[in-house]
Design a protein around this ligand. Structure first.
Ligand code: DUC
Ligand code: ZN
Ligand code: ZN
Length: 488
């Protein structure tokens, strides 16, 4: 992805008395590669100069003592995705991007999902309509391929990949989305031939159905049984199969929302064999466990129903280790926003339903970066450079946005976070999504963004949302940047 516009000469005054639109002074700038002190000068939404004692800006922010990181790239989130009634996502592009901005994220890649029987191009057109001019931060679309007809494989998918939809997700579960192994091989082959990055949801559909039937026959219908219906072995088998299929086709593959050691081991073994596998994990696998699905007879645990389900403290440790040691390339939210007390959300038609009818997903766009920064960087678990790599640089590289996004270099978009240094208690009242709960209510964090800047505009000032809908632009992406080097 080339820079949006050529860098200006940063030392020239533009005749209005100021050289720059915005100057951030005394930043401790942290990229995936370096940490250094600098001023950051921004003009026309782009970083134009890094250095000390830069000329004046129309607006100035003193970041003395503050860490500044590239804005977050959330490469896995769902907004206003069409669903079978009564389910409806709580966040559209306005509320979803607003909440992302207030948590330090400046680029999102949600999904244009093909319904079975629908043309993929029609799904993309419909999704552009949904985004409209609602977004306050930049966005792009992954595709979801659920019906790989000859027309989709031979014409639509190659055309869309060439037009900047250079990644797509496929599913091994959910009846309305899943592909069989032959179909998976077909779409992986298109990815290989056209240089796209396939992403896969790895859970074995038949095992889930078999277990669900047995659980329900015994009267086990509460949300907590969601975890029993989707044990780690179900994820392990699917991860193993997905890797094998990618190996057969000789294509790179990204396994999304990895929840624990069973799938991690499959990924480790594949990497050791030299297979080009990338892995993503999400906050729910670090900060939630199956216990958050509640006890028998309790319904509130529906709030934490997502797939794969959160596991146990031992698995949380393995996921942390994978973040520390380079196994994971990407840390995304998998924001899938459903209200809890709502007939279109976790209580379909107003009812407390069996676990297998609860819409899957939890909100997380706004809390993703503060959770990992506080619990990862401030506790010393991961260096800030690794934090930037996981949350911004790697997703930008893998999904064809780098170096316009994912770093702060001369010529990059001026998307950044200035971190605060005060403890913050997460409460849903203080968040900006349209969901009526957060799974992280009451959790105390070490820091929250003091400012979020999107292409040179302050969209969050530490107290309130200062962005505007329509500021966000659609970005057609390049092919994946291939040179991500994982340590394993
Ligand atoms: N699982 C998914 O695969 N997507 C959305 C939310 C979820 O729980
Ligand atoms: Zn998924
Ligand atoms: Zn998802």
């Amino acid at each position: 992805m080339p820079f949006k516009s050529a860098p200006l000469n940063p030392h020239q005054n533009d005749g209005t008395g100021t050289a720059f639109d915005l100057v951030i002074r005394n930043a401790k700038l942290c990229t995936a590669a370096d940490v250094f002190e600098t001023d950051i000068a921004i003009k026309d939404g782009v970083v134009v100069c890094l250095g000390k004692k830069l000329a004046k800006g129309t607006r100035e922010i003193d970041a003395k003592g503050r860490t500044v990181t590239p804005g977050g790239v959330d490469a896995h989130c769902h907004l206003d995705q069409p669903l079978a009634p009564p389910a409806r996502m709580a966040d559209d592009f306005e509320t979803g991007t607003r909440s992302a901005a207030c948590g330090g994220t400046t680029t999102i890649i949600p999904f244009a999902a093909q319904e079975k029987g629908q043309s993929l191009i029609a799904a993309v057109e419909d999704y552009h309509q949904r985004a409209g001019d609602l977004s306050c931060i930049d966005y792009s679309f992954h595709l979801i391929v659920s019906d790989p007809t000859p027309e989709v494989l031979d014409r639509e998918l190659p055309e869309l990949i060439a037009k900047g939809y250079s990644s797509f997700k496929i599913y091994m579960t959910y009846d309305d989305l899943k592909l069989d192994d032959g179909q998976i091989l077909d779409v992986l082959d298109i990815a290989r031939r056209h240089g796209a990055l396939p992403m896969i949801h790895a859970e074995n559909s038949d095992c889930i159905k078999w277990l669900t039937k047995r659980l329900k026959a015994r009267g086990h219908t509460a949300p907590r049984y969601h975890a029993d219906a989707r044990p780690a072995i179900v994820e392990r088998e699917a991860a193993h199969r997905a890797i094998s299929l990618a190996e057969l086709v000789d294509v790179q593959l990204l396994i999304v929302h990895v929840s624990g050691i069973e799938a991690i081991e499959q990924i480790q073994m594949a990497k050791a064999r030299g297979v080009n596998i990338h892995a993503e994990t999400c906050p729910q696998y670090l900060f939630l466990t199956a216990a958050d699905l509640g006890l028998d007879g309790e319904y509130e645990g529906a709030q934490c129903v997502c797939s794969p389900p959160p596991r146990d403290p031992e698995n949380q440790k393995h996921v942390w280790r994978g973040l520390e040691n380079g196994l994971f390339s990407v840390f995304s939210s998998d924001h899938a926003p459903f209200k809890y007390d709502d007939a279109a959300g976790k209580k379909p038609n107003g009812c407390e339903v069996d676990f297998d009818h609860i819409p899957n997903g939890i909100p997380g766009l706004e809390t993703r970066l503060p959770l990992l920064y506080s619990e990862g960087v401030l506790t010393g678990r991961i260096p800030v450079t690794r934090f930037v790599e996981l949350t911004s640089t790697n997703p930008a590289k893998l999904y064809g946005l780098y170096p316009r996004k994912g770093t702060l270099a001369i010529g990059s978009d001026a998307d950044l976070v200035i971190w605060g240094d005060q403890p913050v208690t997460i409460t849903n009242d203080a968040l900006h999504h349209a969901v009526d709960y957060t799974p992280y209510e009451g959790r105390v964090l070490g820091a929250w963004p003091a400012y979020t800047v999107s292409r040179g505009e302050v969209v969050w000032d530490g107290k309130q949302y200062t962005g505007r809908k329509g500021h966000g632009e659609f970005i057609a992406r390049s092919r994946p940047f291939q040179e991500i080097t994982d340590d394993q």
